[in-house]
Design a binder for this molecule. Structure first.
Ligand code: COA
Length: 260
């Protein structure tokens, strides 16, 4: 499959998606959203791919938001449709069943911050900047910013970012829990890949179950979430990977997981 606004590379078990409109700071227009959807489809289908890195092209931006040129001319009906479509694609990424790490290499604003939040983990370069500046344009977030930001950093901090539209630096993003790690720019991709490789050393079905338990469980009541966890725990107990992982521990040898 070919892409015009993305770079899509697969190396071993890792897929790397790079949003590739550096002259527009990788702003998300309709074409980028459509290609992202296609790339996620490839990732879902390809069983050899076990983890994903998402980043932006060029030294300046991860993604500087939805394309303001497109937003400027939208009306209420196509505005809602744009939001729903972006939300669907970001949700598809979040539910793809394989760990996704955002390697945030610069501005992650508006839709860019929302895209990073739809990834499971975020590694930021020291120069990265985060924010939800939509209110400065007289609009609000449309790709999940009011939904995922409070879940990640808490209601008060989320509302401060949403209402001021202010940008914060990588260290502040780390302090409030918006990112997992901050690294020098030249270490961003190696550290992101290392993190993902470490994760992928664990049982694949166990990873999938953790993603599902947290994603679904966060929106359930305590007892239902605990029941979901117990059900997944029971399900994993029927896997060859669980037999292998526990046997390897007891035999003091590294496990050989097969994803079965
Ligand atoms: N949509 C469309 N184009 C965008 C864009 C966006 N969200 N963000 C940046 N661009 C374009 C600029 O228009 C400019 O294009 P041009 O060279 O054809 O004029 C190019 O990317 C470079 O951006 P520029 O503003 O010149 O860079 P800068 O270093 O001066 O400022 C930012 C960087 C990120 C502070 C600034 O681009 C910005 O505020 N972008 C919008 C952020 C935003 O509000 N996002 C939420 C959208 S809902």
């Amino acid at each position: 499959m070919t892409y015009e606004s993305l770079l899509y590379e697969v190396t071993g078990a890792l897929a790397r998606i790079t949003i590739n409109r550096p002259d527009k700071l990788n702003a998300l227009n309709g074409a980028v959203i459509a290609e992202l959807d296609r790339a996620i489809g490839e990732i879902e289908r390809d069983r050899a791919i076990r983890g994903v890195i998402l980043t932006g092209a060029g030294p300046k931006a991860f993604v500087a938001g939805a394309d303001i040129g497109e937003i400027a001319s939208q009306g209420p009906v196509d505005g809602k449709a744009r939001a729903l479509e972006g939300q669907r694609v970001f949700r598809r990424l979040e539910r793809c069943g394989k760990p996704v790490v955002a390697a945030v290499n610069g501005f992650a604003l508006g839709g860019g911050c929302e895209l990073a939040m739809a990834c499971h983990l975020r590694v930021a370069s020291e120069g990265a900047r985060f924010g939800q500046p939509e209110v400065k344009l007289g609009i609000g977030p449309g790709y999940g910013g009011t939904v995922r930001l409070p879940r990640l950093v808490g209601r008060g901090r989320a509302l401060e970012l949403l209402l001021t539209g202010a940008m914060i630096d990588a260290q502040e993003a780390l302090r409030i829990g918006l990112v997992n790690r901050v690294v020098p720019a030249e270490r961003l991709l190696p550290e992101s890949e290392q993190l993902l490789t470490t994760i992928l050393g664990n049982g694949p079905l166990a990873l999938q179950a953790c993603l599902e338990a947290v994603d679904t469980g966060l929106d359930l009541g305590l007892d239902q979430a605990l029941l979901l966890e117990a059900n997944l725990f029971g399900l994993l107990s029927g896997t060859a990977d669980m037999r292998e992982g526990t046997a390897a521990f007891l035999a003091k040898r590294p496990p050989q997981f097969t994803g079965a």
